[in-house]
Design a binder for this molecule. Structure first.
Ligand code: GDD
Ligand code: MN
Length: 388
């Protein structure tokens, strides 16, 4: 593990005097999202400083409160070299949203994103900057696939998944001609970012895709080839959740203007919950001959817990509750959904009484219940941090 030397630490505490050293406004800001990258950030910082020599740059590390102390290390580094600084977010997760906050926190006219794990080749940054300076493009993408380069060290599933995802978005008109619209390494002008920032979904890992699809006018994009390197230390955070988030991002870009993708996900989880409920009921009531009402209560509890857990992992993965907060969240979720069930039955009974067909009455009840559950749990269960 890398650390700052002790004698330097002592120097940090001494009063600092300004000796003709003024901060130069940065021309380019390099945004580095981090989660548990303590072992990589100092090496990355050294490489960035070398690659960007002679350029007025700043590096904004946006850390989601990594347990390994990434943020502290970056702050220490910042005391030695103020071109590096840290934004620490507490109780939040998400690669894309971290990058957006980093971009909003800098005044640089050119904005780059690079991973902390040294997989992206930082020597490409100067070339990217040149393209943007020339005004030829609004964004420059470092492409893993431009020259058919294979990604080393990737398991076959990861290779396939990346291909599949790239293929999936290849049909979108705005992305036509791009070899790597899912790249996590790119640079864009502030105007391009400003144009789309209010429309971004900010879900998951794929910020570039989000920006390209959110821009009011199609952006002019130039791709530069590079070799995606193997991760040196630490672990990848790409997991099933990231895959789901990718699909939700696409869904949000598709229908988000009308229905929030989060609501659709919430409803889909609710639909799965119905199956869980029925499965438990069949097992306990028919299988173990438990009396119906008891079995129904048990099935309801299991389904509610299942729904809460899945929503906590997927629908609200960016505000995931843990430990005591998880229990508290479960309680408020269950309470809200019980009230939602009353609303559901009440509305359905009301509609049925007004000569609506039973199926429409049922759907009406379910819809009102779903919206209620979504709105109330969004506010009470996942809306606030327990520390507030
Ligand atoms: N702040 C923050 N919050 N940072 C995160 C989070 C998070 O929730 N999750 C991951 N990161 C940081 C990691 O610490 C790392 O610096 C970077 O985002 C990329 O995460 P990895 O886990 O290393 O992702 P990957 O290597 O599988 O995929 C990356 O590279 C691909 C190719 O460019 C991502 O950038 C992909 O989006 C990209 O397609
Ligand atoms: Mn990586």
């Amino acid at each position: 593990m890398q650390t700052i030397r002790d004698e330097d630490r002592v120097r940090d505490k001494k009063p600092r005097r300004l000796v003709g050293h003024f901060l130069v406004p940065p021309e380019v800001a390099v945004i580095v999202p981090t989660f548990n990258e303590r072992d990589n950030v100092l090496e990355l910082a050294a490489r960035l400083a070398r690659a960007l020599e002679g350029i007025a740059f700043e590096v904004v590390v946006v850390d989601d409160d990594s347990p390994d102390g990434t943020a502290e290390l970056v702050r220490e580094l910042s005391l030695h070299d103020p071109r590096f600084r840290c934004i620490q977010r507490i109780g939040r997760r998400g690669l894309a949203s971290a990058c957006i906050e980093g971009m909003l926190a800098t005044s640089a006219p050119f904005l780059a994103v690079i991973d902390a794990d040294l997989q992206h080749d930082e020597r490409l940054l100067t070339g990217m900057l040149e393209v943007l300076r020339s005004g030829r493009a609004d964004a420059v993408v470092a492409s893993r696939y431009l020259e058919g380069t294979e990604v080393p060290g990737w398991a076959e599933e990861r290779r396939l998944a990346s291909r599949l995802a790239t293929r999936l978005v290849a049909g979108i008109p705005r992305l036509r001609g791009l070899s790597d619209p899912l790249s996590g390494f790119f640079m864009l002008t502030r105007e391009a970012f400003d144009g789309s920032v209010r429309r971004l979904s900010a879900i998951g890992f794929k910020l570039l895709l989000d920006i390209l699809l959110s821009a009011p006018q199609p952006l002019r994009v130039v791709e530069l080839p590079y070799r995606f390197r193997e991760r040196r230390l630490g672990r990848s955070k790409l997991d099933l959740r990231v895959v789901v988030e990718f699909l939700v991002l696409l869904l949000d870009k598709l229908v988000g203007a009308w229905v929030p993708a989060r609501f659709l996900l919430f409803t889909a989880v609710g639909g799965l919950g119905v199956f869980v409920h029925l499965a438990v009921l069949v097992l306990v009531h028919r299988g173990f001959a438990v009396e119906f009402v008891r079995a129904q209560i048990l099935a309801t509890l299991v389904a509610m817990t299942f729904n809460f857990a899945l929503n906590n992992e997927l629908t609200y993965s960016d505000r995931r509750l843990r430990g005591v907060d998880w229990l508290r969240g479960w309680a408020s979720f269950s309470l809200a959904c019980s009230l939602g069930a009353f609303a559901n039955v009440g509305i359905a009974a009301f509609l049925f009484g007004r000569e609506t067909s039973w199926i429409l009455a049922a759907i009406g009840g379910i819809l009102v219940g779903a919206v209620w559950n979504y709105a109330v749990t969004g506010f009470y269960t996942w809306g606030r941090r327990s520390a507030d």
